[in-house]
Write a protein that binds this ligand. Structure first.
Ligand SMILES: Cc1cc2nc3c(=O)[nH]c(=O)nc-3n(C[C@H](O)[C@H](O)[C@H](O)COP(=O)(O)OP(=O)(O)OC[C@H]3O[C@@H](n4cnc5c(N)ncnc54)[C@H](O)[C@@H]3O)c2cc1C
Length: 482
């Protein structure tokens, strides 16, 4: 069997690995991406606040502060080409006491030095006029029109779909277990199924980037996990605030936010807690209490009773708190590590930086003549005008069958999601919103499982929520045995 030598192999298919893969797919080079989970975007990139930060939060003296603003400006063309949910809704950093006013001024000054446009200080009257649901304790705020919200998982799916369309070799369920140096400045990456040979390795393994660097013998840093719990609220609160609401930041945290998500629902969080276990994604009553106690002070109309779902994500925090992006002591091994918040915001800028690094390291990179920048926009039945819905359902009756009643998602949309790569219930949910509503999948889970089973030709007990051992039902034989 002929062994393929890839020019570049990316380890990790989160927002960072996916944007790098898409950027590299513009060039006439042979690129692979190895992801340990069953689908891309299933690490921290599906469990965050989904904010494209305005650009003014991070100090320009840090790499993350610099790439925050650069990345922010690259999201419009990406969303236009790839059709994922992204909207610039603006942000308010709110002062609840006089002694917080200097922080607002300092943030404004920092943003203006970085070139962030449109920053404005608003007084209490303006705040009450623009956001009447804010507490009267809010005495002033810094408004940033550049802040946006994105569907982060949808961005990962569409980035990777486009990269594959342009020639990326994607290998999911492929955890890298060992890394050795091969002949002629090559690397050998071993997964349980297969061995991969490559000239360049990009370590984009999120909270596990230190382990990957260790395997390659180039570890000079540790990655610590800082957990953030987030709470999704009922649709009843849609529109309560129009912009992302930040508290005044402290030196260690941006604090707990009120986030109007791209889909219109509100989310509150995240907490910030260091954890030892990099698989610890549990939410806690203490975390919930902290979030809702804080949020009540800022937007009194929000209560813990409005929570319909909760989740946690792990920020990959490197020693020194900054991003670690660059070459290592061994030729061809490049770290993209410590990509904590605002990693999502910075992702497109990180991708171009990595392409530049690889070029500087000697890889010849000519642009493809036939690069295809777009993927088809998914059909979102519920947002179509009635005449269009009728026409679509006539042409294809599967669009006339509602599967998720809370979010009005049709069978046709779920089948489209499976055709475009969904292999799990979460894969369907994050592509279509089926199962994201008030009943959290109570009505549609069994139907989604049937559709997955039929399309993938696997028995229902093999269908998982998110891969691995996250099965939903037991086989009949096991049920009768227990
Ligand atoms: C609660 C929370 C809120 C946040 N909010 C924001 C925000 O609003 N805006 C913002 O800009 N940023 C935010 N962030 C940060 C942002 O989510 C991250 O910076 C970003 O998702 C990091 O992407 P990544 O690709 O590096 O990591 P991940 O998404 O974790 O991807 C790493 C991938 O590597 C894979 N992997 C690991 N080991 C291996 C292996 N051995 N072999 C193969 N694959 C492997 C993993 O399975 C994973 O898919 C937030 C983070 C958290 C936790």
């Amino acid at each position: 069997m002929k062994i393929v030598l890839y020019d570049v192999t990316i380890i990790g298919g989160g927002a960072i690995g996916c944007t790098i893969a898409r950027e590299l797919s513009r060039y006439q080079i042979n690129v692979a991406l190895l992801e340990k989970e069953i689908e891309v975007g299933f690490g921290t990139s599906k469990a965050n606040s989904g904010i494209i930060h305005g650009g003014h939060h991070g100090s320009p003296d840090s790499l993350k502060g610099k790439l925050e603003w650069e990345g922010n400006q690259l999201w419009d063309p990406l969303a236009d080409e790839l059709g994922f949910g992204f909207r610039r809704i603006g942000e308010l950093t709110v002062a609840l006491a006089e002694d917080q006013l200097p922080t607002l001024n300092a943030l404004k000054e920092q943003g203006e030095k970085k070139g962030v446009p449109g920053l404005e200080l608003w007084d209490r009257d303006r705040l009450q006029q623009e956001e009447p649901s804010l507490s009267e304790n809010a005495i002033a705020a810094l408004f940033a029109p550049t802040t946006g919200v994105v569907n982060p998982y949808e961005a990962c799916f569409n980035l990777i779909e486009n990269a594959v369309l342009n020639g990326l070799n994607l290998f999911v369920s492929s955890p890298v277990q060992s890394i050795t140096e091969g002949p002629d400045n090559t690397w050998i990456l071993q997964t349980p199924k297969k061995e991969y040979r490559t000239r360049f390795v990009i370590n984009a393994a999120g909270v596990f980037a230190d382990r990957i660097a260790e395997l390659a013998g180039v570890r000079t840093f540790s990655i610590h996990a800082r957990k953030g719990e987030e709470y999704l609220l009922d649709k009843r609160l849609c529109g309560l605030v129009k912009r992302v609401i930040f508290p005044c930041p402290t030196p260690v945290s941006k604090g707990i936010l009120v986030i109007p998500t791209f889909d219109g629902t509100l989310m509150v969080g995240p907490t910030a807690e260091m954890v030892e276990d990099k698989y610890n994604l549990a939410t806690s009553s203490a975390g919930g209490q902290q979030v809702f106690d804080f949020v009540r002070n800022v937007v009194p109309g929000i209560s813990a009773r409005d929570c319909i779902a909760e989740f946690a994500g792990l920020r990959a925090v490197a020693d020194g708190e900054d991003f670690i992006i660059g070459t290592t002591s061994k030729k061809g091994f490049i770290n993209v590590a410590g990509i904590q918040s605002p990693g999502l915001t910075a992702a497109p800028a990180i991708a171009t930086l990595v392409a530049d690094i690889i070029r500087d390291e000697g890889l010849s990179m000519s642009l493809k003549d036939d690069f295809e920048p777009a993927v088809p926009k998914p059909i979102h039945f519920a947002s179509l005008p009635t005449e269009k819905q009728i026409e679509l359902a006539r042409q294809n009756p599967s669009y006339g069958q509602i599967v998720c009643r809370c979010e009005l998602i049709t069978e046709g949309e779920i089948l489209d999601a499976i055709d475009r790569g969904a292999k799990t219930l979460d894969g369907i949910k994050f592509r279509t919103r089926a199962g994201m509503g008030r009943c959290q999948g109570g009505f549609c889970t069994s139907r989604c499982m049937e559709l997955l089973s039929r399309k993938m030709d696997v028995p229902i007990p093999e269908i998982t929520k998110r891969g691995g051992e996250s099965w939903v039902v037991k086989p009949r034989t096991e049920l009768t045995a227990t």
